[in-house]
Ligand binder design. Structure first.
Ligand SMILES: [Zn+2]
Length: 275
């Protein structure tokens, strides 16, 4: 993201490209971004967040570092920040994973601990507590996505994510992110739009996101910008192409996706559809 520019979020008329902004950012930030006036005459420049004029001073840097250190000690044992922030998924998904690890996701258990009373139970299954461990791992909807009953094996979510981030292939890491994203989006759909969760649809969404992110972030992974996560995809022989395919069984047919890449791992072609 180091080369990302605000201009990449604007359309040809110099207005915010709503679709791109919605794709990249979290819902709560989208409104703030879209209401920020833009001036195409001005160039993108780096600004230091801790200063009104955007100027960096050592004093500001020191203050930020000491306060960040204070925050990080609140999460006992979690070390994989670098792997988390370079995860091959969109920034809004990384932000969600970060909020999971920091324990600041507004699940009912966290809200209750801050004396915000909004009811208690799981929105999926009426279990009496809504904790991150329950909705992302223990709830029967989550179990269906993981394909196992006890993915946590006695660990809290932070410990589980630490283990996943530290030791897995890109494929499994992206699956973790896709499951957490789909569960959270579905949960918010139940809460805010009174939608009914369908396990089969959630499964299809996880598979679809995995395929999209894998394709979108493969080049970044191969150029080494994804630290801490190992790729298990191997390039084909020189001058050969490799085609990876995947299918998913839906309630009304079969969905498929295929990606073709060359011997340097560069994207050549992709196709997806229903049979
Ligand atoms: Zn539940």
């Amino acid at each position: 993201m180091g080369e990302a520019r605000v201009s990449g979020l604007l359309d040809e008329h110099g207005n915010w490209d709503v679709k791109i902004v919605r794709d990249l950012f979290h819902e709560s930030d989208v409104h703030r971004i879209l209401t920020t006036p833009v001036n195409v005459q001005l160039k993108d420049v780096w600004r230091w967040l801790g200063d009104l004029r955007g100027l960096y001073t050592v004093k500001h840097g020191y203050r930020l570092l000491t306060s960040a250190g204070h925050l990080n000690t609140a999460i006992t044992g979690f070390q994989s920040w670098k792997a988390l922030w370079s995860f091959p998924v969109p920034p809004k998904v990384r932000n969600l994973l970060w909020r999971c690890v920091r324990g600041i996701l507004p699940v009912r258990e966290n809200l209750e601990s801050k004396r915000v009373w909004v009811g208690r139970g799981c929105l999926f299954c009426d279990f009496m507590f809504e904790s991150v461990e329950h909705i992302f791992c223990e709830c029967r909807f989550a179990q269906r996505l993981w394909g196992v009953d006890d993915i946590l094996q006695g660990r809290c979510l932070q410990e589980f994510m630490e283990a996943m981030l530290g030791s897995l292939s890109v494929e499994s890491a992206v699956r973790l992110a896709a499951i957490i994203w789909v569960v959270w989006e579905t949960r918010n759909g139940i809460l805010w739009r009174s939608t009914t969760p369908v396990a089969e649809n959630m499964n299809a969404q996880v598979r679809a996101l995995q395929a999209v992110w894998k394709e979108a972030f493969t080049v970044a992974t191969r150029t080494g910008s994804v630290g801490g996560v190992l790729a298990n995809w191997e390039t084909p022989h020189h001058n050969a192409l490799k085609c990876n395919v995947d299918v998913v069984v839906l309630s009304n047919g079969i969905g498929y996706g295929a990606v073709v890449r060359d011997h340097e791992g560069r994207f050549v072609a992709a196709r997806s559809g229903r049979l």
